[in-house]
Design a protein around this ligand. Structure first.
Ligand code: CTP
Length: 476
């Protein structure tokens, strides 16, 4: 069987490796996605060569263009360079054998088959020759092509061995199953459940990369269900695992917040590729277990879970090695505000409440509304339609007020400097009191969001707290 490698880059590589008398093969994701006719997620091409990967990368790059810079990763025995937008990574085929009494593997040069044996899944171990005389020849010792056809994720060797070589592969199995809509073969899946604990030796950085890839899938819930069932979720993200379960008292049950959260994540994923909005969806109810209460009068409640949830986020982000910057603050803000549009839609919508929401959400108001709509997971169609109708109304109100008052990125119409200069005071408590009074009056609709009205109020408020405007001394 032959595989068509259409891109020009393969002709170039073919000429060069043939001239260098080196046997080279494309392997891994590029081959898999070419056969699947799937758009390549990135322009990464993995090459396995028989010989020293680093040396061959250097020689190849030099022949293509002496100016190309080669990055060498000595610890991994790999080297990479960029050419025509592609990132081409070279690795020498290796064979690993464990020396008795030592945990460190001894790495020696190996054949293509040795290298394929050490790969994660049969669908990632398929190789295509790029040497001139055998260009396009397909080498598939584990029948990865059948697994591709049958949509199966399976390790090439005994899964215990493959997962013990790199336990992150347990998460990768779940990620590929979610991304490609494949099933994990029984023995492979069983081995994940039996070896889940081994994920503990993998770095947090590698784990979060896979978790983010799951979150970015079309239907991320598939991945989270597999993570939960296999026992991995409990180890990598206990707070999320903690959301599962239903408690019943006096015949009243609350919903399963784990399944609800991942459904909200699915809903938002249909609407947006913003990874942080997806994180907000996943985390919006994270504090429900710690705020859960039952009283016979009012049933189950989770008072303050939005506020407490937003407070839990920095610790979660720190532990998962997610960024502790404005992305995190954005997630915190959405979690904190996620009930506000619902409350708004249930009460009579006052202009003042809408103004306050606009003021607090700022530019993220549209994302917040999208999150709230995704949060409707009720199976009751009539209820769902009613909520959506209410949100439509809230959106309309938000537009009207925004047009009128421009509060989205609120800049006080009278700033601190003007207050200081008017009353001749130092920066301090009084300035704060006046600024707050102006902001509150605007949000309550007592004065418009305009300079003249705000200045008037500043003078009144100043007088109230014992300040007098200083007269400007006339200059001679
Ligand atoms: N690989 C592996 N074990 C890992 C990671 C990678 O065996 N823990 C091998 C697989 O053969 C994989 C190749 O290295 O196909 C490249 O890995 P990577 O770039 O992470 O994945 P891709 O398969 O290219 O897929 P994607 O780009 O979608 O992540």
């Amino acid at each position: 069987m032959h595989i068509c490698l259409n891109d020009k880059i393969f002709r170039t590589l073919s000429e060069v490796v043939t001239a260098e008398n080196v046997k080279a093969f494309v392997i891994g994701g590029w081959v898999r996605d070419t056969i699947l006719k799937r758009e390549h997620a990135d322009k990464d091409i993995d090459l396995v060569v028989l010989g020293n990967g680093i040396e061959i990368a250097r020689k190849t790059a030099k022949r293509i263009n002496p100016k190309i810079r080669v990055s060498v990763f000595k610890n991994f025995g790999t080297a990479m360079f960029r050419c025509d937008d592609f990132e081409i990574e070279f690795v020498g085929a290796r064979k690993e054998s464990y020396v008795r009494g030592s945990r460190k593997p001894a790495v020696e040069d190996g054949s293509l088959k040795d290298d394929q044996d050490r790969r994660d899944f049969t669908i990632n171990a398929m190789a295509v020759s790029i040497n001139k005389e055998t260009f396009g020849e397909f080498i598939d010792p584990f029948d990865g092509i059948s697994d591709l056809k049958n949509k199966i994720i399976r390790t090439p060797l005994d899964p215990v061995r493959t997962f013990s070589d790199d336990p992150l592969r347990m998460m990768r199995a779940i990620r590929f199953a979610t991304q490609l809509n494949f099933t994990i073969e029984e023995k492979t899946y069983k081995s994940i459940t039996e070896n889940a604990e081994r994920i503990k030796i993998v770095s947090k950085e590698r784990i979060i990369t896979e978790l983010n890839k799951i979150i970015m899938c079309d239907r991320p819930s598939t991945g989270f269900i597999l993570l939960e069932r296999s026992g991995l979720l409990h180890l990598i993200f206990p707070e999320l695992d903690n959301l599962k379960g239903v408690e019943k008292k006096d015949g009243k049950a609350h919903k399963d917040n784990f399944h609800h959260s991942i459904k909200v994540l699915d809903n938002i994923s249909k609407h947006s590729d913003n990874m942080w909005l997806r994180w907000a969806a996943l985390l919006h109810d994270i504090a429900k277990p710690v705020t859960k209460k039952y009283t016979p009068e009012s049933g189950w409640s989770f008072h303050g879970h939005e506020f407490l949830g937003s407070k839990m986020i920095p610790d979660i982000f720190r532990r998962l090695k997610l960024p502790l910057n404005d992305r995190m603050k954005y997630v915190q803000k959405l979690v904190d505000l996620h009930l506000r549009p619902i409350v708004l839609s249930q009460e009579e919508v006052t202009d003042s409440a809408v103004r306050r929401l606009l003021f607090e959400a700022g530019d993220d108001i549209d994302d917040l509304m999208a999150l709230c709509e995704a949060d409707i997971t009720s199976k009751n169609e009539e209820k769902k339609t009613r909520h959506l109708e209410n949100f439509k109304f809230v959106r309309k109100k938000l537009r009207e007020i925004e047009e009128k008052d421009a509060l989205r990125n609120f800049q006080p119409p009278v700033d601190g400097t003007e207050i200081i200069e008017t009353f001749g005071v130092r920066p301090g408590k009084e300035v704060g009191i006046i600024k707050t009074a102006i902001r509150e009056a605007i949000l309550d609709g007592i004065i418009p969001n305009e300079h003249e009205a705000a200045r008037k109020l500043m003078l009144v408020k100043g007088k109230e707290i014992g300040l007098k405007p200083v007269r400007k001394t006339a200059s001679h």
